[in-house]
Design a protein around this ligand. Structure first.
Ligand SMILES: [Zn+2]
Length: 237
């Protein structure tokens, strides 16, 4: 099975604007071991509702200075997210909230690591047999007649970049916080042994801004004539 990286087409031939943020986030960290202050980008669970947690308001801070408190918050949400996911600092939860206007294609990237889909387009993709597409409600307000109904796909971290494509001499990750990150290699390679076989869309667990679709996903999107998504093949090893 071939695999493809999904990206937005730029410049877009549609004219739209969205200003959005998720309801909650796991704060960034100030690591007591390496002294780095950081937050990841891309990991998101829009299907996960934190409103029932007594400390839900703590999931709004950009950075938590107390690493023990960060760890406590992370363990509070762990039972609510899919098993085995990283839960990096900066992970977001809950509905995408915001405002928008304009003409939207069937698939919309408000950020390169976030994918929205019109409800009717999602139904068509699911009817074609694509697996693992979890459309989550959003709270977007539009200043127009006939606003689109956009759902956010919960894209789980499931595959890895192969170590052969990572920069040489990369320092070992910090034992406490897992940082620092690295730049995406110019020629990414996927680690075949890490790839899921139960879904047609996922993001990379060690590079969460990268969204990957199967050949079946790419072919279906093309066949249905959905625009504004660029597919580039990623080799596997
Ligand atoms: Zn650290």
């Amino acid at each position: 099975m071939r695999l493809y990286r999904l990206r937005n087409v730029s410049p877009s031939s549609y004219s739209w604007e969205l200003r959005t943020e998720h309801q909650w986030l796991l704060p960034g960290v100030h690591c007591p071991t390496c002294d780095d202050i950081w937050s990841g980008i891309g990991e998101a669970y829009p299907a996960v509702d934190l409103s029932g947690l007594p400390d839900a308001r703590k999931f709004r801070a950009r950075v938590e200075e107390d690493f023990e408190e960060f760890t406590r918050l992370r363990e509070l949400v762990r039972p609510l997210v899919p098993k085995g996911v990283p839960l990096e600092p900066g992970t977001t939860f809950g509905a995408l909230v915001g405002r928008g206007h304009g003409q939207f294609p069937q698939l919309v990237f408000p950020a390169p690591w976030t994918l929205l889909v019109r409800r009717e387009a999602l139904e068509r993709l699911q009817a074609e047999g694509l697996r693992g597409l979890n459309g989550c409600r959003t709270e977007l307000r539009f200043k127009q007649k006939d606003p689109p109904e956009l759902l956010e796909l919960q894209i789980e971290p499931r595959g890895l970049l192969h170590r052969d494509c990572l920069p040489r001499g990369l320092p070992a990750p910090c034992e406490t916080c897992g940082g620092p990150g690295f730049s995406l290699p110019a020629e990414p390679i996927l680690d075949a042994a890490s790839l899921p076989d139960d879904r047609d869309l996922f993001r990379l667990a060690n590079y969460q801004t990268v969204i990957v679709g199967t050949e079946r996903f790419a072919e279906t999107v093309r066949r249905l004539g959905f625009e504004e998504v660029k597919f580039s093949e990623l080799p596997t090893r």
